[in-house]
Structure formats: C-alpha cells, structure tokens
Design a protein around this ligand. Structure first.
Ligand code: AOF
Ligand code: ZN
Length: 336
C-alpha cells in the first residue's frame, strides 16, 4: 500500500483550510477500505471538528454500502490524534470507539498536552499504529505550530520594504511607498499566515497602517499588537479598526516575546520601522526576514534599515530565495 501517496493527499486536503484552522494546525485525514478511499476530512475551522471526526462522520454514512464494519478500515492522518478535551473531545477515543483497527500517522503532535499520549492510547486499545510517514512535510506545513511548541515562543518573521540602497524612509518621516502595488498585495498573504502582526508607535503615527489581512479568501484575522510606551493615540485611526488589538507598554523585547509563551500565537509578523526591527535583531528574536526591494534609491536623506554595515547578513541571515515582483525583488532570508 502506498501510504506516502495517501499522506500527501491528506496534507493537500489540510492545506485548503490552513487560514481558517490557525492557530490550530492544518490536519487532513483519509479513511480506506483496502486500497479504496471511503471518506476524507480536514480540520476546517478553529474550534470546530478535528479532521478525524469529519472523516469518521463521512464514513458512517457509507457503512453497509462501501464497507460493513469499521474494523475493515484503515485511517491515514497527517497529525497524531489528540487525546485531550480542548474545544472538542479527544480524537483517539473517537477512533477507538468507531472500531477502526489500523492508523497511519504523519507526525507526532508537538503540543505537550497531546504529544505521544494519543498514540499510546490507541496502541493500548489494540489499534495498530504506524507513524512518521512524510513527517517532514507535515512539520513544514505547520511550521509555526511546531516551532512554538518546541521552542516555547512564536516564530518571528520580519517584513520590510527597502530601497535598492538599503533605506527605509526619508528623514522627513512622511509616508513614502517604496515598493510597488503588487508587492504590497503580496504582503497580505504573509499576514494571512500569521497569528499576530506587531508594530511600533512610530509606524502607526507616520504610516497610519490598517495592518489587517485583505485577501479574497476566508482567513482568521491576526491579532494586532502595538508596542509603545505611549497610550494616547488617535483611536479613530485605521489600526484600531477591523480586528482585535492590544497595546504593549513593556519595552524589553525578550519579556514581550516571553509573554506569548502560554498563548495560542504561533507566528508573529513584525512590520515596523528600523528602530524596532533592530531591537528584535539585536535580541536575537528573528527567525526569518522578508525584504521587498524596489529599484529606486532614497540617497543620503534616507534612513538605513540595519545597524552597523546595513546588511542583514551581519545578523546571521542567509539568502534563501528571491522572486521578481514586477520591478521589485522579494528576498527571503533565514537563519544561518
Ligand atoms: C487532532 N486533529 O484535526 C487537529 C488537532 O482546542 P481543540 O480541541 O481544537 O484542540 C486543539 C489542539 O489539538 C491543537 O493544539 C493540536 O495539538 C491538536 N490539533 N488534533 O487530533 C486535528 N487540528
Ligand atoms: Zn483531535
């Protein structure tokens, strides 16, 4: 039986719902009778049924038609079934009581509430368990979920727009669009993947940004965080509209990030000016940097993006990939 092929199908199934499942992981599940697919399910929406439950419910409708007893069936699931009462009940128990006797799992759930416990419960109850099939793909699909559970802090992406000479803005401080419209549209997709957008008071005052996600597909809006020691903002400005926000007055970056440890925020996108971006870099709290670079120069009146020699390499990043977006270049940097 080609379980790899089926696991990849389950991963693809899960992928369709990644923007509405977050901050939960994207999970897909397939139920088989011999070589034939009986039913499929995904975790479609945060707080709703897990993938296994949707697949079992679908299979129940076909009992007596495609198969007689659940004991004849095999489940293929991208993530270890949960074993706890969260917003929903434990999937391991639902699988055991359905009668399914065999399960193929992609990756172990890194959530300490679940990790290993779901598999143990299944084995203890006579279910034949195999795991580790395409686990690297499952981890990649749920990159921030795995990172947060392993490292006990969210995965942090910094996104910046830069002129070709490495400048952020002109000294006069007024908002200047450096990159093209298409690059700015691309930023929306990066926002959509994150659970939080974090910015600073200067960006808020200078740019009047909305900082929400504006895309043509359904998405759980990231929460907006404003880092500022001030609290007297113009609350009619765009930032305070559309979605949930919080003002953080703490100034120690490490303490701020540490405060996310017990939250459900797995991925944070930092969209701020050079001061705050450099504070994150100096605190060694950046995991990925995305630079949208325009072909224009800002010259000597422009403000450098990065401290020291104005290169991101100096902070231990290497260029992972580049894309052309019209006349701009999108550069993706990861930690060396
Ligand atoms: C599964 N199948 O499809 C998903 C799982 O609050 P709850 O009840 O939705 O539980 C969320 C946790 O369950 C989440 O942090 C992760 O550990 C696991 N996700 N587990 O068996 C699924 N999405
Ligand atoms: Zn579950």
């Amino acid at each position: 039986m080609n379980y790899e092929k089926l696991m990849k199908r389950a991963i693809a199934l899960a992928d369709q719902y990644k923007y509405t499942a977050k901050p939960n992981p994207a999970v897909g599940c397939i139920i088989l009778k011999d070589e034939k697919i009986v039913s499929e399910g995904a975790h479609e929406e945060y707080g709703s049924n897990h993938a296994e439950i949707n697949a079992i419910e679908e299979a129940k409708k076909l009992q007596g038609k495609l198969f007689q007893s659940f004991q004849e069936l095999t489940m293929v699931c991208t993530l270890e079934p949960c074993n706890h009462f969260g917003k929903t009940g434990p999937c391991s128990e639902a699988i055991i009581s359905s009668g399914i006797k065999k399960i193929i799992i992609g990756a172990k759930d890194p959530n300490p509430m679940v990790s290993g416990k779901g598999i143990d419960n299944l084995i203890k109850n006579g279910v034949n368990v195999r795991y580790g099939i395409c686990q690297e793909l499952v981890k990649k699909q749920n990159r921030t979920f795995f990172f947060k559970n392993i490292n006990k802090r969210p995965f942090i992406t910094v996104k910046i727009a830069s002129s070709i000479d490495g400048k952020s803005h002109l000294l006069d401080g007024l908002r200047t669009y450096i990159t093209c419209e298409e690059s700015r549209a691309d930023v929306q997709n990066i926002r959509a993947l994150n659970d939080a957008i974090l910015t600073g008071g200067n960006t808020l005052i200078n740019d009047n940004p909305k900082m929400n996600v504006r895309v043509s597909f359904p998405v759980n809006q990231p929460k907006k965080y404003l880092l500022s020691s001030k609290t007297n903002f113009d609350f009619t400005s765009e930032f305070f509209k559309n979605s949930d926000y919080e003002i953080i007055t703490e100034t120690n970056i490490k303490k701020i990030i540490d405060s996310f440890k017990n939250t459900e925020i797995n991925g944070i996108l930092v969209e701020a000016g050079p001061k705050l971006v450099n504070s994150f870099l100096l605190a060694n709290l950046v995991d990925e940097v995305i630079i949208y670079q325009s072909p224009n120069t800002l010259g000597k009146n422009g403000v450098d993006w990065f401290k020291e020699d104005n290169t991101i390499e100096k902070f231990g990043f290497k260029l992972e990939s580049t894309y052309k977006i019209k006349s701009d270049t999108k550069k993706l940097y990861s930690k060396c």
